[in-house]
Design a protein. Structure first.
Length: 145
């Protein structure tokens, strides 16, 4: 069964996917990540709506919760995957350097560097998708053997 964090916002498209495909899920408060499979708790998926949210989580004073989750998953030797629903031309971590935001002072190059650092230091995997494929990708990640 998939467990979804009760604090996860604007995820109806993911729950709709689960319902359409008869995927059992429950909603509970999770201390780490947004989604995990209760039959395989070694893989955690944290969803981000876009790179603006990633920039806020990595580079702003309001980043402590994200860092606690990253450090906790690392200490527990869990595979922590951040799935970014940015879509468009951002398909991989290499593409992040081209990102420009009217909402953030962080450049794409700086954000990419921070994402690489987190990936290396805490074994975080960064994946990218469009909003319409998020539910499917979460399921693929959480049910991989």
């Amino acid at each position: 069964m998939i467990i979804c964090d009760s604090r996860e916002k604007k995820n109806q498209h993911i729950l709709d996917y689960f319902n359409k495909h008869n995927i059992e899920y429950e909603i509970h408060k999770l201390d780490t990540a947004d989604y995990w499979n209760d039959e395989n708790t070694e893989i955690l998926v944290d969803r981000k709506r876009n790179l603006n949210e990633v920039a806020q989580n990595l580079c702003s004073p309001d980043s402590s919760r994200f860092w606690r989750e990253v450090r906790r998953s690392y200490a527990e030797k869990k595979k922590f995957i951040v799935l970014v629903e940015h879509g468009g031309q951002i398909k991989s971590l290499a593409d992040v350097s081209t990102w420009n935001s009217k909402y953030s002072k962080i450049s794409g190059k700086r954000l990419q560097e921070e994402m690489y650092k987190v990936g290396i230091a805490y074994n975080v995997t960064w994946l990218f998708c469009s909003k319409r494929s998020t539910g499917r990708i979460i399921m693929e990640l959480l049910t991989e053997k």
